[in-house]
Each structure stands twice: as structure tokens, then as C-alpha cells.
Design a protein around this ligand. Structure first.
Ligand code: WT7
Length: 587
């Protein structure tokens, strides 16, 4: 734990929403947070898209800039809240016109293009369950998720469709409608698909959102575990209460803000904070289609007058590599709050923010399952660099240990390592893993949701991340399930078995490394290694595929036949092997 504490005084003209942590924590209630939203007219319930779009379009912020889209090659498209309301209504009408009903699952597979934002919000208006997929996924992860979610509609681009989806259609019998966005502005004409632009032109711009129960399913985000298939975490419309509250408390949104969340909506940060939260506040959101590029990012922060910036440790580390001098070539007079999420934020990175921008970086913590920020460093609270901060008002967090019978026992003494747990009841808590009640139940012990993260709490109430309790890999902020990678490798005719680990990496936190045992008759060597790397990349996509493959005679396994990834990792890093009492002999 770092000794330096950054003591912050409320600075500038804008007073932080959360000025005194203790006071807000004592006064906060989720009921009051719910009342700061509108709800659907005539007691129609609570719908994310109404809170994010329609209520602003019907009010004084109709002409306020909602979304500024920066294209990869310099194009700019602006949408006011009125524009967003009309476009999202058109898409809701497109779905209704196709006969797509409330509750059906709509997948969106696209880069960060305006259509992604419009179709996600439009589908929420039609009360469909929406699942945005990362566009760098390969065909296998796409197939797995569409099949698990029984997607009946897919919105994607013509090029992504040709490359990744067309070949899967036979294996996706539930997929009724594929709507394509053209890559060049022309009309798309793939067999078995519809042209989205044509449908949008033909659809009406008015749509009345039907009654939405706050507990109706709204968003589906897949996340990975150590074993088995990806888990579809289900979120309900009521989650918007947490999206809104955390925007105010943890990201300190004010009505004049220009906000930039650098995450892709294929991961939950890019949906909760790249779509929902800023729009519920009626503020301006920047969306950059381009990939990370330090110089481009400094330019965006400066030219777009970004005031609140939410990014990830990997990006911060990559910017640090370029040196703070790069930042000094730009002015950031509007920037007043920087936050980061996804992996541990090194203390040096917190401090680097001060060198580069004159502002520390505020780490915060949450998960796909929590739906929104749960632990944070707030604008007016002193920072202990390296700490995730304190629980959100309204959230009860504790360090627990699991007793032999599975019960969670709260550890009250400070600085003791245990599992991070959250008391159930916050609005954006996931309501289930799709078709997997058993796995969902296992995440809870009585009132506590067990996060699977190891952490400590210090005497001042700050939480410190220690590590994960499982073998899941974190690379560039993205969670990768080793099992999904192993399964893809196993499909190669030469592979007898595969074990996959996260190998520590100074930039990406971890990179995916695979150990492969070959079937008899196949010879380990450079040619096969390259073939396997290419094979995995083609199936899994660049974001998930292993970067390194080592051949190994056989994988270390427990006597019950489970691959001991921890041992593979310890051996890779030259670390002590730990408890190997369950190791099958000879491995
Ligand atoms: C896991 C959740 C947060 C939404 C995006 C990722 C790790 C997250 C931090 C942090 C250390 C962090 C945890 C967590 N993580 N934030 N500030 N410090 N670790 O959501 O893909 O579901 O990943 O990311 O291990 O459990 P996710």
C-alpha cells in the first residue's frame, strides 16, 4: 500500500456532487435515487431508453448535443437528443414491423458506429433484451453467444457479416432477422439479410414505449468464468437507477459536461457508461470509432473539450509509455475529472495523471455482474494511490471468508485479505445467468453476493484489490475465459489437449498464452505453432486468441482430470508450485 495520499480540495467552479462522503453515504437511499428519474408517463413503469433519450427530447434538452461521433478517418456526426429520439423510435418501429416482440433478444455486432447506439436504445424502446457483442470476436465466440442468448435479431455491418456470420447461419436456427449496415453508404444485398437503412427510411419516427416493469430484462452481457461456456449476465430496466446515480456520484456528471468513455459497448463499461449513464444525465457523449492512438486521444480530449474522461488502465499505461511531454503539447482547460476501471490502476498511473493533465486518475471497481460502479474514488475524496476507493453510497461492501459450509463470514479487522462481497439489493445487480440458475445461486451466500475477487479493506475504509480467486484472464481490460480458448484449440486435428493462462504483461496486464499437447503423429515445431496461432485467431478473433503457444508433453492435471492452470502459470513464471497434493502423478 502506498504511503502517499493525494489530498484534494474542491477545486474550480464546479462543486462535486459528492462533497462529503460520510454525509452522502448516511443520507443516500435507492428510493430517492429512483425518484430523480421520470418513469414512463401514466405510471407505465421504468424504461432505460425513456430515461436516456425520450425524456430529454421531450424537455428542455431536446436540442442539446447528445452524441458526437468521430469516425476513424475524420468524419464527424452529431446527434441532439431530439435526433436520437427520432432515430431510436424508427428502429423500435423497424423491430415492431418485423414482428419482433418484447422479450426477444436483439444482438448488435458492430464497431463503434452511430447505428450501434441507435439500435441498442431503439431495441430497449421495443422492450427487447439487447446484447452488444465485441466486433473483434471471431465466429466461434459470436456463435456461442448468439446461440446461448437465442438471438432472434442481429444487427451488424455487411463486412462483419461476410467475414464472421454468414458461415454460421445454418447453426443458428433461432436467428430470424439479420439487419445490415452498409460499409460504404450503399444498399446492402447479402442473401438472407435486410438492409437497415432502407428499413429505417420506411419506418415512422414516432414510437410510444409500452409499459415496462422495472424488473423486465433489458441487457444481456456475456462474461467468462474459469470453466464452461460464457455466462450471460441478465440486467433489468431498473439498473438505470444505478447507472444514473453512479454517473452523478462516481463520475461527477454535471449538466455542462462533455463526457468520453473510451470503452467499447461490447463490454459492459461501454454500455453502462458509454451509452446509458451519460444520456440519462442529458449530457454530451463523445464516441470515437478509432482504436487506441495516444496522439489521437490527446487531440480528442483537447479539441472536443472533454470535461469528464472514463478510461482503462491499459490505455493509461500506453499513454504513459509515450511520456507526459506528449500531453503537454495539448491544452486541456475543460478536463476536470478522470476515472479508470477494469484492472488494477498502478499507483504510478494515478500520479502520472497529475503530471500529464494536472489531475489524478480516479480508480473505480465493478464487474459485469454488478452492472455499475460499486467502489470508487470520488471527486472530493482523498486518494490513496493503488486503492479502488470506497463503496458507493447505497452499497454495502465487505471482505468475507467462506466457511466450510459455504456461509460468508464478514472479516471486520482491517488489512486482512478475503473475498470481496456486496450485500444484495442495488438496482443494477444481475438477475441471473442465462439458463444457468445453479451458477447464479453459487454466487450468493445469504445476503452476500460473492465477487470472486480477493481484496482488503484498510482502517480508513478504503478497499485494495489483491487478485482474482479464479483462473480468468484479464487482457487490456477484457475478461477472457481460458476454457473458451482451450475449446477452440482442441478443434485443431493436431491438438490432444490445451491449457490456457494469463501471462503477465507490462501493458495489457496479461496476454493469453496456451500450452498444447499434441496427438501422436504430429510434430511440434515452428510451422505447427504458426498454424495453430492462425487457426485460433481465425476462430476466436484477435481479442481472444492466444498470442503465444508452447508445446508440452502433457498438461498437469488433478486426479479428477482438471487442468491445473495455476501450475502451468507458476512453471511459466518460475514461481513456487504451491499445493500440488491433488496433482495426478506423472504430470
Ligand atoms: C473484473 C470484472 C468494471 C467493468 C468492466 C470489467 C477486475 C475491475 C478493477 C479495478 C482491479 C478490477 C476485477 C473484476 N477489475 N475493476 N479497479 N481494480 N481489478 O468488467 O469484465 O466483468 O471484469 O475486472 O477482477 O472482478 P468484467
Amino acid at each position: 500500500m502506498t504511503a502517499e495520499i493525494i489530498v484534494k480540495k474542491p477545486a474550480g467552479k464546479i462543486a462535486p456532487n459528492l462533497a462529503d462522503y460520510g454525509v452522502v453515504q448516511a443520507e443516500f437511499s435507492w428510493d430517492a435515487a429512483r425518484r430523480s428519474l421520470d418513469g414512463l408517463p401514466h405510471g407505465g413503469g421504468l424504461n432505460i431508453a425513456h430515461e436516456a433519450v425520450d425524456r430529454h427530447a421531450q424537455g428542455s434538452r431536446a436540442d442539446h448535443l447528445a452524441l458526437r461521433w468521430l469516425g476513424k478517418s475524420g468524419a464527424v456526426r452529431d446527434f441532439t437528443y431530439r435526433d436520437l429520439a427520432l432515430e431510436t423510435s424508427r428502429f423500435a418501429n423497424v423491430l415492431a414491423g418485423l414482428g419482433v416482440q418484447a422479450g426477444e433478444c436483439v444482438f448488435v455486432l458492430a464497431g463503434r458506429i452511430p447505428e450501434l447506439y441507435i439500435t441498442v436504445l431503439g431495441a430497449l424502446k421495443q422492450r427487447c433484451v439487447v446484447s452488444p457483442l465485441f466486433s473483434a470476436f471471431g465466429p466461434e465466440p459470436i456463435h456461442t453467444r448468439l446461440a446461448l442468448g437465442s438471438g432472434s435479431v442481429l444487427v451488424t455491418t455487411a463486412s462483419l457479416y461476410q467475414k464472421k456470420v454468414a458461415g454460421l447461419r445454418e447453426r443458428l436456427p433461432q436467428l430470424k432477422h439479420v439487419l445490415l449496415v452498409s460499409d460504404d453508404g450503399g444498399r446492402t444485398a447479402e442473401p438472407g439479410t435486410l438492409d437497415l437503412a432502407t428499413l429505417m427510411r420506411e419506418a415512422g419516427p414516432r414510437f410510444t414505449i409500452g409499459p415496462t416493469d422495472p424488473e423486465d430484462r433489458a441487457l444481456l452481457h456475456f462474461t467468462s468464468g474459469t470453466t464452461g461456456k460464457p455466462k450471460g449476465a441478465i440486467h433489468v430496466h431498473q439498473a438505470v437507477v444505478a447507472h444514473h446515480a453512479t454517473g452523478a456520484l462516481a463520475l461527477d456528471f454535471h449538466s455542462t459536461d462533455v463526457f468520453w468513455c473510451t470503452a467499447d459497448p461490447g463490454w459492459i463499461t461501454g454500455t453502462s457508461y458509454g451509452i446509458v449513464s451519460p444520456f440519462t444525465h442529458g449530457i454530451t457523449s463523445i464516441v470515437d470509432e478509432g482504436d487506441f492512438d495516444a496522439e489521437r486521444w490527446y487531440r480528442i480530449l483537447s479539441e472536443q473539450q472533454v470535461s469528464v474522461w472514463y478510461t482503462a488502465p491499459t490505455a493509461v499505461r500506453m499513454m504513459m509509455r509515450g511520456g507526459a511531454e506528449l500531453a503537454r503539447g495539448h491544452d486541456f482547460p475543460h478536463l476536470r475529472f478522470i476515472a479508470s476501471v477494469g484492472e488494477p490502476l498502478n499507483p504510478q498511473a494515478v500520479l502520472w495523471g497529475r503530471d500529464a493533465f494536472g489531475l489524478p486518475i480516479h480508480d473505480n471497481w465493478w464487474q459485469t455482474e454488478t452492472g455499475g460502479i460499486m467502489i470508487a474514488n470520488y471527486a472530493a475524496m482523498d486518494i490513496k494511490p493503488g486503492s479502488m476507493g470506497k463503496p458507493l453510497p447505497g452499497v454495502d461492501a465487505a471482505i468475507v471468508k467462506r466457511a466450510a459450509d459455504g456461509a460468508a463470514e464478514v472479516i471486520t479487522a482491517p488489512d486482512v485479505q478475503g473475498e470481496l462481497a456486496l450485500k444484495r439489493g442495488w438496482p443494477s445487480m444481475f438477475r441471473g445467468y442465462l439458463n444457468d440458475d445453479e451458477r447464479y445461486r453459487k454466487c450468493f451466500s445469504g445476503e452476500w453476493y460473492l465477487t470472486g475477487d480477493l481484496a482488503k479493506r484498510d482502517a480508513d475504509g478504503y478497499f485494495w484489490f489483491v487478485g482474482r480467486a479464479d483462473d480468468v484472464i484479464k487482457s487490456s481490460g477484457h475478461l477472457i475465459g481460458p476454457f473458451e480458448v482451450e475449446s477452440a484449440l482442441m478443434e485443431h486435428p493436431a491438438v490432444a489437449e490445451a491449457g490456457v493462462i494469463g501471462k503477465p504483461d507490462p501493458m495489457q496486464l496479461e496476454t493469453v498464452k496456451a500450452f498444447v499437447a499434441l496427438k501422436p503423429g504430429f510434430e511440434a515445431g515452428e510451422a505447427l505453432r504458426r498454424d495453430l496461432l492462425g487457426f485460433a485467431r481465425k476462430r476466436l478473433g484477435a481479442a481472444v486468441a492466444p498470442k503465444e503457444i508452447d508445446f508440452i508433453a502433457s498438461l498437469p492435471k488433478t486426479r479428477s482430470g482438471k487442468i491445473m492452470r495455476r501450475l502451468l502459470k507458476a512453471r511459466e513464471l518460475g514461481l513456487p508450485e504451491g499445493d500440488t497434493s491433488t496433482l495426478e502423478s506423472g504430470t
